[in-house]
Design a protein around this ligand. Structure first.
Ligand code: TDO
Length: 176
């Protein structure tokens, strides 16, 4: 795997390095040792899939608070998404900065999202499927959100929003 730094401290693009032969290829997508060698969490307690029927669907921005703050590895296994991170760690040099990447079934790029970041995405195709690996079990009471169009964020969404949960529309403006 190739770990590519993003402008947000501790967040990475993780690229598979395919080993090809006449059958196709084989590529590692997660590895405890390789992640540890980069100082990253590499053990995952849960894996979940998110299916998004309609292009333009937005989910997020979501985060979880301690002691249940999640580290996530996110990839797109069907179609394409615009994936967005926001650093919510007050002591971070990239506090409140955002980063976005296009993840597709073809580029197979993953985003490594440390605890303390908000995460969301917009489906760029119908039937966009997202695969999560998460380092700890889900605790609903620890889930929090940031509104997709919060004025405190410098997040630009590439397409009109077609579908979004009422809960995601209702988050109040971010206050530090
Ligand atoms: C996130 C999650 C949800 N659920 C349940 C709760 C609910 O009944 C149903 C749908 O949950 P949500 O509406 O929260 O799903 P969703 O809005 O897709 O939530 C996800 O959004 C993206 C942006 C993330 O980063 C994820 O970590 C997660 O927060 O699934 C679980 O059982 N386990 C989980 O880990």
């Amino acid at each position: 795997m190739r770990f590519e730094e993003t402008p947000l401290a501790g967040a990475y693009r993780v690229w598979p390095e395919p080993l090809s032969d006449e059958r196709g290829f084989f590529a590692r997508t997660a590895c405890t040792d390789e992640f540890a060698a980069h100082g990253l969490v590499g053990q995952f307690a849960q894996s979940s899939v998110s299916f998004n029927a309609r292009r333009g669907t937005v989910r997020g921005m979501h985060y979880s608070v301690e002691p249940h703050a999640e580290t996530k590895l996110v990839r797109c296994t069907g179609g394409a998404i615009h994936d967005v991170l926001v650093d919510l760690r007050p002591d971070s040099p990239s506090y409140l900065k955002s980063f976005a990447a296009t993840l597709t079934q073809d580029n197979r790029c993953a985003l490594y999202i440390p605890a303390g970041f908000a995460h969301g995405f917009q489906a760029l195709t119908d039937a966009a499927e997202v695969l999560y690996m998460i380092d700890r079990t889900y605790v609903p009471g620890s889930a929090r959100g940031l509104r997709w169009n919060d004025p405190a964020l410098d997040v630009a969404w590439p397409e009109p929003v077609t579908v979004i949960a009422d809960r995601d529309l209702a988050y109040p403006d971010w206050t530090a």
